[in-house]
Design a protein around this ligand. Structure first.
Ligand code: ATP
Ligand code: MG
Length: 217
């Protein structure tokens, strides 16, 4: 595996948080790791996800986030509203260049797997075309069974088999959180990795190790 696609069941679920900790873990292992957020939206001034990860990898911002839109919406919605078109071919060329430049690449989507990047092209198309293995980040609490099941069902319908599901923000404080990992594992036959809610950005080393292991390190 040379690259991984980080998708989620929804926006705000923890793709950037998991990307940050995965990049951190790989750097700790001495791996030259790059990050790419092909399109970031909600960018008034600096791209939030891109800036955070660029500060960790040392990459220039233009390399990390090649396309931005101001409105905090799906990329295709940003394109419809703001009218600045971009080329999917150029975006893929950019990805392939980064793939050559780094030992490992972490690619973050926007929102979930069915979110449109452009007309007739969503993140499942991107993951397929870019030949990316995929990690699915899910919420830990109430509502996650349905979101996660549907995401996996759709991914499989597009011939994308997730490496694993990361249940993020786990506190284990209610019945739903305590039972969700088992139920989701049974419903999807996928490995569910529980990741706790922490203060700040960095997970404890044992969880960083788990993330690195999921991508083969
Ligand atoms: N396990 C966690 N512990 C503590 N804070 C977390 C955890 N996971 C996510 N967060 C915080 O929750 C917020 C949303 O997470 P994040 O930005 O990673 O979501 P996202 O899926 O990348 O969203 P987007 O679709 O906008 O890219 C962030 O402030 C992040 O730092
Ligand atoms: Mg993000």
């Amino acid at each position: 595996m040379r690259a991984v696609f980080i998708t989620a069941t929804d926006t705000g679920v923890g793709k950037t948080f998991i990307s940050y900790n995965l990049v951190y873990a790989l750097k700790e292992r001495g791996i030259r790791v790059g990050y790419l957020k092909p399109v970031e939206t909600g960018v008034e001034d600096l791209p939030e996800d891109g800036s955070l990860l660029a500060s960790l990898t040392g990459q220039p911002l233009e390399e990390v986030v090649p396309v931005t839109y101001k409105l905090p919406v799906a990329p295709y919605a940003g394109l419809l509203e703001e009218g600045r078109d971009f080329s999917l071919e150029k975006l893929k060329e950019h990805y392939l260049r980064l793939l050559e430049r780094y030992e490992f690449l972490v690619v973050e989507g926007a929102g979930g797997i069915a979110v449109p990047v452009k007309k007739g092209y969503n993140y499942a198309d991107l993951a397929r075309e870019w030949n990316l293995k995929t990690l699915l980040v899910a919420r830990a609490g109430l509502g996650t069974i349905n979101h996660t099941f549907l995401s996996v069902y759709y991914m499989r319908s597009r011939n994308i088999e997730p490496i694993a599901i990361i249940m993020n923000g786990f506190e284990g404080k209610d019945v739903s959180e305590r039972t969700n990992p088992q139920i989701v594992e049974e419903l999807t036959n996928l490995k569910v990795v529980k990741v706790p809610r922490v203060k700040g950005l960095l997970l404890p080393a044992e969880y960083r190790n788990l993330l690195a292991e999921l991508v083969g390190f």
